[in-house]
Design a protein around this ligand. Structure first.
Ligand SMILES: Nc1nc2c(ncn2[C@@H]2O[C@H](COP(=O)(O)OP(=O)(O)OP(=O)(O)O)[C@@H](O)[C@H]2O)c(=O)[nH]1
Ligand SMILES: [Mg+2]
Length: 508
């Protein structure tokens, strides 16, 4: 991985610049694979049956920048066929920059626009490549106009979207396109921290007849070393078989490399993110606590048990001593029904890794005491939307947590009987409507109320009161001890001797 030290930053928080991940998108046959193939100077595209790309593929290439420094770029090829819109979305999800390929011969087509919308939704910067300019019918000016008409304002035409006319076949404009990509990457300065455990995105997964389930993953941050464990959703995989994009076994990989991991027990979710851990235990605990939300706690009898609902909690404070005090206070709030499970605690501002820790379980909460959310994390949380709050008074913090427990505790629907009527007589019925006479023996019976029909202590059906009469006068309500006439809507035939129980459902 020595060639990775592209251009390094001032090592702020251990972060360095990382190579960009670039997704190539566009209409079918506009030349995406040919472009990547030219960039790689190989000929695999020619061997592709029919030339239609059917999966995302990933490559790493080198390109010398203005100063002659070798720069790495990771490319993701996506299919242009309309059936593969999900794959284009995933490609955009994993990428930092997009290239929108448009044929100079055909101009804008349906999937050009679809790809464009996907790029816009992913909020990534992009470059337009007008391809096939070697063709006799190529009309660059016409394509530029079409793009502008669709709101893609190119540089020099009222906007700032960079574009490069290219020929993927002959190679015209390709060095310029690569330099443009490096320029865009430098402007956006994508960074990563090589010293943390790798995390990233799964871009494809499949079952190979001999080797089992494997997946292509793009590392977006951190480093993955052999011996570590990778978790995607519930799927855990070892790094025993880790390959680079050429299928060569490797022992270590870092951002922004595409790698292939083999040996998943279950199919990882394509488009999902992955995290990695140094030990299997950590990986398993992560799956149980964060993904499944299953608590692993010691109950009153000292036995490991799974009880109640747990809310994962991340605590950040100004000094170490406060953490213990907070932990004690928080423990007092916990009950068998619902409690906080502290998944991470530490000193300092609430940062991006706290957010990443919390975001996999939407119940997670981050609290800071005498500390702030750092600005980067605040921005990132516009996207993650993790519940984060900071306090400088302990009781305010615990009051807030108490309110959260109350709000989130499991609710039960409880049926409350509000009145019982004993049926004494029945008078004819018309289509699901029956008139009965009876006596209210407990509580009250109200017009419009829902009833259970009880025969010999069993509920035989339900119905609704649609009319009440007291001595032939319509009333809204009849109280205990009173005889009355009731009009009921029910599919069940009510008989003398039945009890009608009026009830309401209360959420407790
Ligand atoms: N003359 C010329 N032909 C090109 C150029 N780029 C691509 N082609 C041809 O256009 C056809 C389609 O190219 P591909 O690279 O497979 O297109 P694609 O965009 O990857 O297609 P899908 O993956 O199916 O969406 C092939 O026959 C290429 O040889 C170019 O710049 N000039
Ligand atoms: Mg292709």
């Amino acid at each position: 991985m020595d060639s990775k030290n592209t251009k390094t930053n001032n090592e702020e928080n251990g972060k360095t610049l990382r190579p960009p991940v670039v997704v190539v998108m566009g209409h079918v046959d506009h030349g995406k694979s040919t472009l990547l193939d030219y960039i790689r100077k190989s000929n695999t595209v020619l061997g592709e049956a029919g030339g239609i790309t059917q999966a995302i593929s990933a490559y790493e290439v080198k390109h010398k920048d203005d100063e002659g420094v070798d720069r790495l770029i990771t490319f993701l090829d996506t299919p242009g066929h309309e059936a593969f819109s999900k794959m284009r979305e995933r490609g955009a999800l994993a990428a930092d920059i997009a290239i929108l390929v448009v044929s100079a011969e055909d101009g804008i087509k349906t999937q050009t626009l679809e790809a464009y919308n996907t790029i816009i939704e992913s909020k990534i910067p992009y470059v337009v490549a007008i391809n096939k300019i070697d063709k006799p019918n190529a009309n660059i000016e016409k394509v530029k106009m079409e793009l502008v008409e669709k709101g893609i304002y190119l540089e020099g035409l009222g906007g700032d979207i960079p574009f490069v006319p290219i020929s993927s076949k002959v190679g015209t404009g390709i060095p310029e396109l690569l330099s443009m990509i490096i320029l865009v990457a430098d402007i956006h300065a994508f960074t990563g921290n090589p010293s943390i455990n790798a995390e990233g995105v799964i871009i494809e997964a499949n079952r190979e007849p001999k080797r089992g389930i494997s997946a292509t993953c793009i590392i977006k941050n951190g480093t993955l070393k052999s011996g570590m464990f990778v978790v995607c959703g519930r799927a855990i995989v070892t790094t025993r078989i880790m390959e680079n994009y050429l299928g060569k076994m490797i022992k270590e990989a870092t951002f922004s490399s595409p790698i292939r991991l083999v040996g998943f027990e279950s199919m990882p979710e394509v488009g999902g993110s992955f995290k990695s851990f140094k030990t299997k235990k950590e990986a398993e605990t992560y799956v149980q606590e964060i993904i499944d939300g299953i608590p692993q706690v010691i109950n009153k009898n000292g036995v490991e048990a799974q009880i109640g609902k747990r809310i994962p909690l991340v605590i950040k404070t100004d000094v170490m001593g406060t953490i213990e005090a907070l932990e004690k206070e928080i423990a007092k709030l916990n009950s068998d029904e619902i409690s906080f499970k502290i998944v991470s605690k530490g000193v300092g501002a609430i940062n991006e890794s706290d957010l990443k820790m919390a975001r996999d379980n939407k119940e997670s909460i981050i609290v800071g005491f005498n500390t702030k959310i750092d600005p980067g994390a605040r921005d990132l949380n516009e996207q993650y939307k993790v519940t984060v709050e900071t306090f400088d008074i302990i009781y305010k913090l615990t009051d807030w947590l108490k309110a959260i427990l109350e709000e989130r505790r499991p609710r039960q629907e409880v049926m409350e009987i509000t009145g019982t009527l004993k049926v004494l007589k029945t008078f004819g019925a018309t289509k699901e409507r029956q008139v009965v006479g009876g006596k209210v023996i407990t509580g009250r019976i109200t017009d419009g109320g829902i009833i259970r029909i009880i025969r010999r202590d069993f509920e035989i059906g339900r119905g609704k009161i649609v009319g009440l009469q007291l001595a032939k006068i319509k009333v809204k309500e009849v109280l205990e001890g009173t005889d009355c006439g009731v009009l009921i809507e029910s599919k069940i035939d009510v008989a003398p001797g039945d009890n009608l129980e009026a009830f309401i459902t209360v959420i407790k």
